[in-house]
Design a protein around this ligand. Sequence first.
Ligand SMILES: C[S@@+](CC[C@H](N)C(=O)[O-])C[C@H]1O[C@@H](n2cnc3c(N)ncnc32)[C@H](O)[C@@H]1O
Length: 302
Amino acid sequence: MRELDATCYHAARGFLDHLLGELPDRERLDGELVTVSGPPRSAYWTRNVWLKPGLIDFESVGDAARILRGMQRNWAVLPSRLHRRSALIAERLPPLPWKPKPFPFNVPDVPMGAFTLLDEHRMLASASCSSPFPNGEFEFEEDHEGPPSRAYRKLWEALLLARVLPREGELCLDAGAAPGGWTWALARLGAEVLAVDRADLEPRIAALPNVKTLRRDAFGLLPSDLGKVDWIFSDVICYPPALFKWVELWLESGLASRFVCTIKMQGSSFDKETTDRFASIPGSRVVHLWHNRHELTWIKTE
Ligand SMILES: C[S@@+](CC[C@H](N)C(=O)[O-])C[C@H]1O[C@@H](n2cnc3c(N)ncnc32)[C@H](O)[C@@H]1O
């Protein structure tokens, strides 16, 4: 493989435009894969980043698979052109772990590579990627009866990335909790949940023994009203600056240390300025989760 002094960014599903806005100086565009020269840099709207890309020349489908297998076990194909040939190479590689996963599970620490064909005899590939999942993609074993919405999946994913779970008895403030997907997930972990929303939670979630509900504007709840909380969660639909202002109050108070908050973008816009402000908070990061839509997730665990 001939290594490139570049990084490849695989756009979050449906948000290539936002990613292109973040990386205006691209060198290549292969389907949803944006290649930019130099080391990895901040870009929020990605599902996976190829950290060590290079070019591989090969003779045949079998030759391509043999070269990749010789480098490591796991390779995800990103079909950007020559779809049939890409699939034939992928078929000759070891199977990938696509089976839906229970929550929680141990995030794999074996390398997951990715490749895409540039022409019939040349591919762009990276043995090292930011995501341990093929093309950043994975599914949970879903619970179709317990939670009242599917929003719990993004909370589960955020907690996996955080590598720490709310523990039994810890106090979690869940802002924008209705109909109760996140509250359901937190209560199942044994946490004490204060679920706040302008709307009602689904009654069977509100009735869980470790759930208390408050029907009101969550952003009017100040640290001095509640005192110490272990975790703050927010999935409130609001302008990002309104969320930031409220989070700042909690950070300044020192009464909450861990946060998982969805930064919801309005319409088709991307509020980069506020997102950068979230990302610059020490001990935190902003990511686009596989289960996020037109939104980013801010996670602070330190
Ligand atoms: C995307 S939904 C939350 C879904 C929830 N996390 C779940 O898992 O079921 C957003 C919620 O934010 C609530 N909301 C919007 N503005 C609010 C505010 N200022 N205070 C409290 N809740 C608010 C809405 O009523 C809505 O229920």
